[in-house]
Design a binder for this molecule. Structure first.
Ligand SMILES: [Zn+2]
Length: 345
């Protein structure tokens, strides 16, 4: 025989015990926007983002990145803490995400790529997407020279990616390229990603000349200096650095890495009038930075840095190589399931 009161007490005790043994995790978002075309799967819709924050409030303890970093430096971690971060510095982080974060009282850190601040141009990967996948009509042949090698695609009559003939939800994670436009987009993305900024600008300039009408598609979706100030106002959102030009650090000489790490910090501190203490490595995979990068970030005065590989935060985790779970555009139920798995790590 068991008394109902004892069963309830046991259930509550089990729930608290499991929560106590859950490890903290850091989530990586990029955009909160309802997009027709999102080949890099960077965006979460406003509705889904609100559902995610509801689940985070219900299932865990939302916390600030610097709070977690401080606990780590003291040799401990906070059970079931969840940190929300955003990479790149899209204006929709202010326009769409911040009001939802405020409504749910969930703090966040936004890592800004300072070279795009105040520029009327898009992030290079968005420009490529708009040029190749979202432009209605393109010239019949694309010929482009990259690093001394000539590439050519026959694009005659291919529809845009989110046109009626194609599924607008195509993404780079799919193995198939439905049209030569998709093949060109995938190849050029791979070629541009590790490139030095100057060389990438040259290739994009060449593409811009080739693609008519792309200017009309550019909105300048990066945060401006005024928007960065608004984002940080109120203290719920911390602004961190994501470099100046979003390079693959591992492919840069150390002096160029140092410039990216120090200049982005200085520029953001001038805009905000506040110390900038958090950094996130562009791309953030373990092969995208080196031991020298970590040392340079530490020496520049940052207190922590986020990478991009999935793992919970343990007491032994390097505070300059914090793991993060990439969040996709899942609904609340799917997010709850994944969050539960991650927290039990
Ligand atoms: Zn990034």
């Amino acid at each position: 025989m068991s008394l109902p009161g004892i069963e309830t007490a046991r259930r509550v005790a089990r729930r608290y015990a499991s929560r106590f043994f859950q490890r903290p995790i850091i989530l990586a978002y990029h955009r909160v926007a309802d997009l027709d075309c999102d080949p890099q799967l960077l965006s979460v819709t406003r509705r889904h983002f609100a559902e995610h924050l509801h689940v985070i409030r219900e299932r865990s303890q939302p916390m600030r990145l610097q709070e977690l970093a401080l606990a780590l430096r003291k040799g401990g971690v906070i059970p079931s803490g969840v940190v929300v971060t955003f990479d790149d510095g899209y204006a929709d982080n202010l326009i769409h995400a911040k009001p939802i974060l405020e409504r749910h009282e969930v703090p966040a850190t936004v890592f800004v790529t300072t070279g795009y601040t105040g520029e009327e141009c898009d992030f290079w990967w968005d420009e490529l997407d708009k040029m190749l996948l979202q432009t209605d009509v393109l010239p019949a042949v694309l010929r482009v020279s990259v690093s001394g090698r000539a590439y050519q695609w026959d694009l005659k009559g291919t529809p845009k990616a989110n046109g009626e003939l194609l599924n607008g939800r195509w993404s780079i994670t799919e193995s198939r390229d439905p049209t030569p436009r998709h093949a060109a987009y995938r190849t050029l993305h791979q070629l541009l990603r590790p490139m030095a900024e100057e060389e990438r600008r040259l290739v994009l300039g060449e593409l811009r000349l080739w693609a008519c009408g792309v200017e009309a598609l550019s909105h300048g979706e990066a945060l401006s200096a005024a928007e960065i100030i608004k984002l940080a106002r109120g203290g719920l959102v911390e602004v961190g650095s994501h470099s100046v030009t979003h390079p693959v650090f591992a492919s840069l000489p150390i002096e160029a890495q140092r410039l990216e790490i120090e200049k982005s910090k200085k520029d953001l501190e001038e805009i905000l009038g506040l110390p900038v203490c958090s950094f996130a490595y562009p791309y953030g995979g373990k092969k995208d930075y080196t031991a020298d990068t970590l040392a340079t970030v530490q020496k520049a005065g940052y207190l922590c840095a986020c990478a991009n590989f999935p793992a919970p935060v343990k007491a032994t985790t390097d505070v300059f190589q914090l793991p993060r779970y990439l969040v996709r555009d899942w609904d609340g139920d799917e997010f709850r399931r994944r969050l539960g798995q991650w927290l039990s790590g």
